[in-house]
Write a protein that binds this ligand. Structure first.
Ligand code: NA7
Length: 568
C-alpha cells in the first residue's frame, strides 16, 4: 500500500487558503440530513451541515400552511434508528399535523444535539470535485468555502417550490403566499376573499381548513385529485403502549414492505373475486380510511380495468357528499388512473364545497388567463381577492439537486448529465461524481415509500460504503457507467409495466415547463430496493470504481437482487 492508498477518510488534507476543512459535508436539514449528521458524527467524522431554512425540519419547516399534515401514520413516519427516541416520544394522532411533526423534529434535534453542526439560513451555491486533492469544494451564499472528501446531498424531493407559471403573478396587490413558504406568524382569513390555486395534497388540505374560516374562498382547480377519507384519530394510551412494546417488529415489517410502513398489502388480484366482493372490499377500505384501498388488491397499478373500477368507486362517493350536482361532477377526477397521482387523504374536503362561501372554479372549462392587480382573471371574468394562495407544487425530485451547481469529475455538471432526465445508480450515486451521495435521490423509491425509512436506509448504505473504504484505504468511490445504465434499465423496465406514468404529475416531471419528462423513481417497492442496494454492497461493490486507482473494473457490470416486481 502506498502513501496515497493508505489515506484514511478522516485524515486531514490541508485545506486551500480560505477554505474550512472537514470529513463530510451535508446539504439539507430535513429527516435525511439530520440522520446523516448523527450517523457520521457517531462514526467519529468531522462534519459540517448546511440548511437554507432557519432551522431543521425540511418540508415541515417550510410547509406551515393551515391544515398541513402527514398522510402516513405517525408511528411509521418517525425515526427507527433510536429505541430511546421511540420510547421517549409519544404521538398524539394517527396522522400528525405539521406543528406536532416540528415538535418531534425539535425533540430529536435537541436530544442528539444536532443543531450545532448546522449552518442555518445558508444556501450552498456550488459543489465542485477537486480531483487532484480528492475533495468536494463547497461554496455558500455566505461567501464561505468548505472542503471535504465526501459530500451528501440530503436535499429532498420536495424542496424547491414550482415557480408560478401564470402571467401577471407579480402584479397582484393583495397578499400572495406560496404554501411552501408559509409565514411563521398567524394568518387570519376572517372576512377575507381568498383564492387557492391548485388541488393536489397541499391545496386539498388548505381548502378544508380555510373554507370554514374565510369570508369567501375560491378554489381554482385544473386537474381534480382523487382523495379518500383520512379518518384521523387521537392515539389512545393503550395503543401507544403496545406500539412502544412492539417497535422492533413494526420497523422490521416496514423495512420488508413495499411502502416502508405497516400498511397491509394484499396479494389478491382484483378480478379474482366477484363484483359483489370487490364492492364490499372497497367499501371496507373507504370506511377504514387512509391508503387502505391501495393495499386491498395487488394489481391496481398493473391492470387498467381494475384501476378504472376502483376509480369509479371513488368518483361515485363524491355526489353522496357534495350537494350541488354540477360541483360534484366537476370535482370528479377523470382521464388518468387512480393512484398514478399522489392519492390525497382528507377529513372534510368535499363537505367544504357545501359551505355557501366556498366556490369551485373549474379551470378546465374556464382557464386562468392571468393574475391581475385585483385578483384572478379566468376566461369568464375576474374575481377580486384579498389573498391568493399558491398550492401549485414543486420542482420535485430533481429541483433541489439542480439548484446547486454540482461539478464533478472532468468538469462535468449534473445539469448536463441530467439534461434528458435524472440518471443515477440506486438513487444514491452518479457516475462522474465520486464521493457524492444522495439521500432519497431520483431513481430510488423517493416519493413512493416512507421517506424516513428511505433516508435511514440511504444514510446507512453510505456509512457502510465509507467504512468499507476506510478499512481498505480507499479514497474515492463512484459507480461505473455500465452499472448506472443497468440500474436505469431496471427503473425504466419496471416503470413501463406500471400505470404510474399515465398521469401528468410532478412524479413524471410534466408539471414544470421544459423539464424532461419521464418517471425517475423505482416502482418496485422499498423492500426490493433495499435488496438491490444490499446486493450492490454485498458483492464487494463490484459495480463501483474505487480510487485512488483509475483502473477500469475487471468484472461485468451487474446490479442483481431477487425479483423485485411487486407493483407499487
Ligand atoms: P401537486 O400535487 O404538484 O399539485 C399542484 C397543483 O397545482 C395541481 O392541482 C396543479 O394542477 C395545480 N397547478 C399548478 N400550476 C397551475 C396553474 N398554472 N394553473 C392552475 N393550476 C395549477 O403539489 P402539492 O404541493 O399539492 O403536493 C406535492 C406533494 O406533497 C404530494 O404529492 C405529497 O407527496 C405531498 P395540474 O395537476 O397541473 O393540472
Amino acid at each position: 500500500m502506498n502513501a496515497e492508498t493508505s489515506r484514511a477518510i478522516s485524515d486531514p488534507l490541508p485545506a486551500k487558503a480560505g477554505a474550512q476543512r472537514v470529513d463530510v459535508l451535508i446539504i439539507g436539514g430535513g429527516f435525511g440530513g439530520m440522520y446523516a449528521v448523527y450517523r457520521f458524527r457517531e462514526m467519529g467524522l468531522r462534519l459540517q451541515a448546511f440548511e437554507a431554512g432557519g432551522d431543521v425540519g425540511g418540508v415541515w419547516y417550510w410547509n406551515r400552511y393551515p391544515g398541513a399534515r402527514v398522510d402516513l401514520p405517525s408511528i411509521d413516519y418517525s425515526y427507527a434508528f433510536s429505541p430511546e427516541i421511540e420510547q421517549e416520544w409519544t404521538w398524539s394522532e394517527q396522522f400528525a399535523a405539521q406543528p406536532e411533526l416540528l415538535r418531534y423534529i425539535d425533540f430529536v434535534a435537541n436530544k442528539l444535539s444536532l443543531r450545532p453542526h448546522f449552518q442555518f439560513n445558508t444556501r450552498v451555491d456550488q459543489a465542485t470535485w477537486d480531483a487532484a486533492r480528492e475533495v468536494w469544494v463547497v461554496t455558500t451564499d455566505r461567501g464561505e468555502t468548505w472542503e471535504a472528501p465526501f459530500c451528501i446531498m440530503a436535499t429532498g424531493p420536495l424542496s424547491i417550490p414550482k415557480a408560478p407559471d401564470i402571467p401577471g403573478v407579480e402584479r397582484f396587490k393583495g397578499r400572495l403566499i406560496h404554501a411552501a413558504r408559509w409565514p411563521h406568524e398567524p394568518v387570519s382569513f376572517a372576512g377575507q376573499r381568498v383564492g387557492v390555486i391548485g388541488t393536489g395534497s397541499t391545496g386539498i388540505q388548505i381548502v378544508q381548513d380555510v373554507g370554514p374560516q374565510a369570508g369567501e374562498l375560491y378554489v381554482y382547480q385544473r386537474t381534480p385529485s382523487f382523495t379518500m377519507p383520512m379518518r384521523n384519530v387521537p392515539l389512545e394510551a393503550d395503543y401507544v403502549a403496545e406500539v412502544k412494546r412492539n417497535y422492533p417488529g413494526i420497523r422490521e415489517a416496514a423495512r420488508n414492505s413495499a411502502v416502508g410502513g405497516v400498511r397491509p398489502q394484499s396479494t389478491r388480484a382484483f378480478f379474482s373475486v366477484t363484483p359483489a366482493q370487490r364492492r364490499s372490499l372497497l367499501e371496507d377500505a373507504w370506511k377504514q380510511g387512509g391508503l387502505a384501498m391501495l393495499g386491498t388488491f395487488s394489481d391496481l397499478m398493473l391492470n387498467e380495468t381494475a384501476n378504472e373500477e376502483v376509480a369509479e368507486f371513488v368518483r361515485s362517493k363524491i355526489p353522496e357528499i357534495v350537494k350541488n350536482p354540477d360541483t360534484a361532477e366537476r370535482l370528479k377526477p377523470k382521464g388518468y388512473p387512480i393512484f398514478a397521482r399522489r392519492p390525497c387523504l382528507d377529513s372534510s374536503y368535499y363537505e367544504t364545497y357545501n359551505l355557501p362561501n366556498v366556490h369551485l372554479v373549474d379551470c378546465l372549462s374556464d382557464p386562468i388567463v392571468e393574475i391581475s392587480e385585483k385578483g384572478v382573471r379566468t376566461e369568464s371574468g375576474e374575481i377580486e381577492l384579498d389573498m391568493l394562495i399558491l398550492a401549485t407544487g414543486y420542482d420535485g425530485l430533481t429541483g433541489a439537486m439542480l439548484a446547486v451547481d454540482v461539478v464533478g469529475r472532468d468538469g462535468r455538471r449534473v445539469t448536463q448529465k441530467w439534461k434528458d432526465g435524472a440518471r443515477s445508480c440506486l438513487g444514491l450515486m452518479m457516475e462522474g461524481f465520486p464521493n457524492l451521495f444522495m439521500t432519497t435521490g431520483p431513481n430510488g423509491p423517493a416519493a413512493l415509500a416512507n421517506i424516513i425509512r428511505i433516508s435511514e436506509h440511504d444514510v446507512d448504505w453510505i456509512a457502510a460504503a465509507m467504512t468499507h473504504m476506510k478499512a481498505r484505504g480507499l479514497s474515492t468511490i463512484e459507480p461505473t457507467a455500465e452499472a448506472e445504465e443497468s440500474w436505469m434499465d431496471t427503473v425504466r423496465n419496471l416503470a413501463k409495466r406500471s400505470l404510474i406514468t399515465k398521469a401528468k404529475t410532478w412524479w413524471v416531471g410534466t408539471n414544470v415547463k421544459d423539464k424532461p419528462s419521464g418517471l425517475t423513481m423505482f416502482v418496485g417497492g422499498f423492500q426490493a430496493y433495499r435488496q438491490y442496494a444490499a446486493a450492490a454492497a454485498d458483492d464487494g461493490y463490484r459495480n463501483f470504481r474505487f480510487g485512488p486507482t483509475s483502473a477500469p473494473p475487471t468484472c461485468e457490470p451487474r446490479i442483481a437482487a431477487a425479483d423485485p416486481v411487486t407493483g407499487v
